[in-house]
Design a protein around this ligand. Sequence first.
Ligand code: SF4
Length: 246
Amino acid sequence: MEASLFIHEIFPSFQGEGILVGVPQVFVRLSGCNLRCSYCDTPESRERVEGCAVYGWEGERETLANPLGAAEVAGLVSSLWDAGMHSLSLTGGEPLLQAAGLEALLPAFKREGVPVYLETNGTLVDALDGVLPWLDHVAMDIKLPSSQGGEDLTERQRDFLARMPPGRVFLKMVIGVETGDGEAEVACRALGEPAIAETLVLQPATPREGSQAISSGRAHELYSIARRFFADVRVIPQAHRAWGVR
Ligand code: SF4
């Protein structure tokens, strides 16, 4: 039986986060997540949904019933791909929850020379191995205890990062008014030392209604902590949220 995937939406847009901000990609947002981050900006993608919405550049084209076969997903991505595209972006939710489906989907893109970019919360260590050969770029989020109801995921994230070949991954850490110096230092020390990821992006949490944005001075304090462990640290907010696009 063909492997299938639960997908929230498929759409073309510009990457709005991290070191590749601004490049055009075809996004596949997979449904389901194993975490409940306090700052989650896509809570609707944390659960599986009945319909996968497919968008073009000018809006919604159709809704398809989940789950979708790997070949069907590949066809949809191809229909949105053009010569100027940078890569296919796998986002969520947490894409690695559906590792078997990704292992069926991704080889075709490798054969066609389509680079694959994965956004992951870096906690599903065992799911990574089968998918890793097909990945060209990985954006791994550092999850601090203040965003996880106090749970410390550092050890799991260190195991995940240790499996990554150097040069393929950058790290991202969402920072907000609740981010503490101590937890930031512990995470940077644990995840900066292996020298697998040279770059850490500090991403100020996009303020929700009634919530406060982190100040530039506070971001600089956290930058100074991170800089002790990473050669390259940048502060980059979510460009697509500021623009108001998907
Ligand atoms: S890992 Fe991502 S999708 Fe899952 S809860 Fe956290 S921010 Fe939301």
